[in-house]
Write a protein that binds this ligand. Structure first.
Ligand code: SIN
Length: 280
């Protein structure tokens, strides 16, 4: 196996690996798992694997989950369709950590390209450990101990009817997570807010709020400042897809953005999402 780091901050391409073998090779799995914790996202080319192989590889990392809105690939629980056609239905072109609206958000995901436009449709990943590490010290102390709500309604719910949206929220109520979470395996601190974050729940203290202007407008400015950190190129890697390219990412330590610059060309991706634990 050859390891080719793609930036100084995040991402490596591995060659000489057949992902369909990993489920049967404990040593290879341990190596890939360690590299994932180090590089945060790993890329592989020419993985002409079956859907069962895709699910088996992702399942080495833990149990898989489906999605309340995206379709599951028929006959393959744990594998969801991210299929884009001439219908303009893009949700993923925003910096996000997958499903942070869950009480236990996924710890990782394995995405395989089935087909993609010749040009366009890249995905960007961001190292959110770096994003936290580089924050000014005064911001770090301001956000220590802060918690933010995360919800599904204002993203995936926006195109649903009122009744469907209410049902979505009943099944996926708002959850709150620490703004700075700790990686359960590496113990690194991670900036953990994104487009699913709606508001802080414990900001209204005498230190933070002197007048009404400090409250909702002040808190929103701080939340937006934190959310905007993912857009800093120094924390990013950008990957150009080909059919049978695969990416696996650490969904705790990273965010990603699927660039939607290819419409109306089709793009078909399949994602196996690995269950995670409650952020702390
Ligand atoms: C996702 O947001 O998980 C999908 C990323 C992509 O389609 O490139």
């Amino acid at each position: 196996m050859k390891i080719n780091p793609l930036t100084c901050s995040i991402g490596a391409e591995l060659t000489g690996v057949n992902l369909a073998d990993v489920a049967r090779d404990k040593t290879l799995f341990a190596e890939i798992r360690a590299l994932l914790l180090k590089h945060r996202v790993l890329f592989f080319r020419d993985q002409d694997m079956t859907r069962a192989d895709h699910v088996a590889f992702a399942s080495c990392f833990g149990e898989l989950e489906d999605h309340p809105v995206a379709n599951t690939v028929p006959g393959h629980p744990g594998l969801i369709e991210i299929y884009k056609s001439e219908k303009r239905d893009h949700f993923e072109n925003t910096y996000h950590s997958d499903a942070s609206w869950r009480a236990n958000p996924p710890k990782g995901a394995v995405l395989r390209c089935i087909s993609c436009p010749e040009v366009g449709g890249d995905t960007i990943w961001v190292n959110m450990v770096e994003a936290y590490r580089n924050l000014p010290e005064e911001i770090k102390s301001k956000i220590a101990g802060l918690r933010a709500k995360h919800g599904i309604e204002h993203s995936f719910g926006a195109v649903l009817t009122q009744e469907e949206r209410e049902e979505l929220v009943r099944k996926n109520p708002l959850v709150d997570h620490p703004v700075v979470r700790t990686h359960p395996e590496t113990e690194e601190k991670i900036l953990y807010v994104g487009p699913f974050s709606t508001h802080f729940i414990n900001y209204h203290t005498p230190e933070n709020v002197r007048f009404g202007q400090d409250k909702t407008p002040g808190a929103s400015l701080l939340l937006n400042y934190l959310i905007s950190q993912a857009a800093i190129p120094e924390y990013q890697v950008r990957f150009r897809w080909q059919p049978n390219s695969v990416a696996i990412w650490d969904n705790v330590a990273t965010q990603h953005y699927a660039v939607s610059d290819y419409w109306p060309a089709p793009r078909r991706m399949e994602r196996a999402t690995i269950k995670g634990e409650r952020p702390f």
